[in-house]
Ligand binder design. Structure first.
Ligand code: GAR
Length: 195
């Protein structure tokens, strides 16, 4: 079994998709814990599955590095194989990234390298794009710059609002994230024989 910790900041619909998928033992991955940088609504999904949660808010720390050290301690307590940023809206400092990468992945609502950052959907609309999408990538020390694992396109429709487009992206994103985590699980299973 691949063991996973998921970090979120918001509603956690991607987290819910992973929890639902992992509920089937054949999926091959287990969500050990869910962390957040605020008391995010999405933590309720973990509560429903009886999965432990932790909140480490950066406002309680003098530096981003000090905050990230405590976040890392919480994650390392569970010794996960993989950490998934699923709508985690904070930039993580180098000490955190170095400790976990390449077993640290992020899902982002654009076709990177286009539109990195916190407003990817809005930025794609403002740029007049006709297509955008989702990218799942390994996290490196830059902002949304790490090696791509998977990408899927989503068409932009005339008159799309940011919210409408983001919802359509998220439908595709949830599928791609579940498939990606399953691929990590399959790889671990192959590496370990059938254990
Ligand atoms: C997702 O679309 C994710 O790609 C995005 O936040 C949303 C979270 O949705 N993340 C970023 O923009 C990171 N730069 P969710 O809380 O419903 O899973």
């Amino acid at each position: 079994m691949l063991s996973v910790v998921v970090l979120i900041s918001g509603s956690g619909s991607n987290l819910k998709a992973l929890l639902d998928a992992a509920d089937n033992p054949l999926f091959g991955a287990r969500i050990l814990a869910v962390g957040a940088d605020n008391p995010a609504d999405g933590l309720a999904h973990a509560d429903l599955y009886g999965i432990p949660t932790f909140v480490v808010s950066p406002t309680n720390f003098e530096s981003r590095e000090a905050w990230a050290d405590v976040l890392l301690e919480n994650i390392n307590f569970f010794k996960p194989d993989l950490v998934v940023l699923a709508g985690f809206m904070r930039i993580l400092p180098a000490n955190f990234v170095r400790a976990l990468s390449p077993n640290l992945i992020n899902t982002h609502p654009s076709l990177l390298p286009k539109f990195p950052g916190a407003h990817a959907v809005r930025d794609a609309l403002s740029a007049g794009e006709t297509t955008t999408g989702v990218t799942i990538h390994v996290v490196d020390e830059g902002v949304d710059t790490g090696p791509h694992i998977a990408q899927r396109e989503v068409a932009i429709q005339l008159g799309d609002s940011e919210a409408e487009l983001h919802e359509r992206i998220k439908v595709v994103e949830r599928e791609l994230l579940v498939e990606t985590v399953k691929a990590f699980a399959d790889k671990k299973r192959e590496t370990n024989g059938s254990r």
